[in-house]
Design a protein around this ligand. Structure first.
Ligand code: PAF
Length: 299
C-alpha cells in the first residue's frame, strides 16, 4: 500500500517485505533499519535522519512487541496512533514502514527463547525479568525479515543497545549497529513515547531526573565514587519530584560491569516510577585526556 500524497510504502506482511527487500532485487542499495514501537517522537526521527544520511533505503518497523512486556506492565496502555506515525514517518523520509499484527509476527510459539547474558542482570533487566529475552526475540526476527545493512538504536535505551551490540557480535548477525544520541525536550526530559502518560504535575517534575544525572556526572568528574554518586542522584530525584526510584546505578559501558580505572566509558543510569509511568534516562561519560566528559545529546 502507498499512502496518498506521499511515497511511503506500508507493508503489513513478512512475505511482502521479504520480497520487497530481497538482496537480489535491491542490488547495491543499502538498507538502514529503524525498529520502533511507534508513537513516534523526535528521538525516533533522529534515528531516521541518521539512517537516511547513511543508506539508500530507510525501513522503519512499528510493532508494540508483547514479548517484551511482563505481567502487569503497560502493554495495553502503551500509546498507539497508526495514522500519526505514518504521517511523521513519511515526512521524515522513511521509504518503507513495516507494521505487522501480533498474529503476523507470532503465529505460533515453539517455546524457543533467546537468553541474554550478564548485561541483562542489572538495571531494567533486574526489575523487568524476561524483558530483554522479548527484545532479542523480536529484534532477531526483524533483522531476519528486513536484512538491514545498518540498524539504528537510541542511547536512551542504553542497556538494550549494549545487549543488542553483544548479540550481533556474538552471533555474527549481518547488520551493523549504529548508536544514536538521546534527544531531549528543552527542559532536559528525555523524549519518550511514555511521556504522554505522565500527569501534568508529573510532567513538570520529570526534568528533575536529568538534572540529578547531571549533578552525578559533575560529581564523577570531581572524583566522587560511584556509590556516593548513586546515593546523591537518588536523593536529588526524590526531593525534587514525586517519583520513586527503581534504580540509580553507575556502571562501566557497554559491558555493564563495575566501574574501574580501566573503564573507558561509564554510564550513570536511572529508572523512576511515577503513578502509571516508568521513565528511564542516562548519561554516558567517556575518557578524554585522562578525565571523563559527558557524551553529547541531541537537542
Ligand atoms: O526500543 C524499542 O522501541 C523496542 O525495544 C524495539 C527495539 C523496537 C524492540 O521492540
Amino acid at each position: 500500500m502507498v499512502i496518498e500524497s506521499t511515497s511511503i510504502e506500508v507493508i503489513e506482511t513478512i512475505e511482502e517485505l521479504q520480497q520487497r527487500l530481497n538482496r537480489n532485487e535491491r542490488k547495491n542499495a543499502t538498507v538502514g533499519f529503524v525498529p520502533t514501537m511507534g508513537f513516534l517522537h523526535e528521538g525516533h526521527l533522529s534515528l531516521v535522519k541518521h539512517a537516511k544520511e547513511q543508506n539508500d533505503i530507510v525501513v522503519m518497523s512499528i510493532f508494540v512487541n508483547p514479548a517484551q512486556f511482563g505481567p502487569g506492565e503497560d502493554f495495553e496502555s502503551y500509546p498507539r496512533d497508526r495514522e500519526r506515525d505514518l504521517r511523521l514517518a513519511s515526512s521524515a523520509g522513511v521509504d518503507i514502514v513495516f507494521i505487522p499484527s501480533v498474529e503476523e509476527m507470532y503465529p505460533s510459539d515453539g517455546g524457543i527463547r533467546i537468553l541474554p547474558g550478564v548485561q541483562a542482570n542489572m538495571l531494567c533487566g533486574a526489575s523487568r525479568p524476561g524483558h530483554f529475552d522479548g527484545v532479542l526475540k523480536v529484534v532477531l526476527k526483524l533483522f531476519n525479515i528486513v536484512d538491514p545493512d545498518r540498524s539504528y538504536f537510541g542511547l536512551k535505551d542504553a542497556q538494550q543497545l549494549a545487549i543488542i551490540e553483544t548479540f550481533v557480535r556474538d552471533f555474527n548477525l549481518r547488520t551493523a549497529i549504529v548508536r544514536v544520541p538521546i534527544v531531549r525536550e528543552e527542559d532536559g526530559l528525555a523524549k519518550s513515547s511514555r511521556n504522554v502518560n505522565l500527569t501534568a504535575a508529573e510532567r513538570s517534575e520529570a526534568p528533575a531526573i536529568y538534572r540529578a544525572l547531571q549533578i552525578g556526572s559533575d560529581l564523577f568528574a570531581s572524583g566522587f565514587d560511584p556509590e556516593t554518586i548513586e546515593q546523591r542522584v537518588g536523593e536529588s530525584i526524590v526531593s525534587n519530584s514525586s517519583g520513586t526510584i527503581d534504580y540509580v546505578k553507575m556502571l562501566s559501558y557497554p559491558d555493564l560491569g563495575p566501574v574501574t580505572q580501566h573503564s573507558s566509558e561509564v554510564i550513570l543510569a536511572c529508572a523512576v516510577k511515577f503513578s502509571t509511568t516508568r521513565l528511564i534516562d542516562n548519561i554516558i561519560m567517556s575518557t578524554k585526556d585522562g578525565t571523563y566528559v559527558q557524551n553529547d545529546d541531541e537537542q
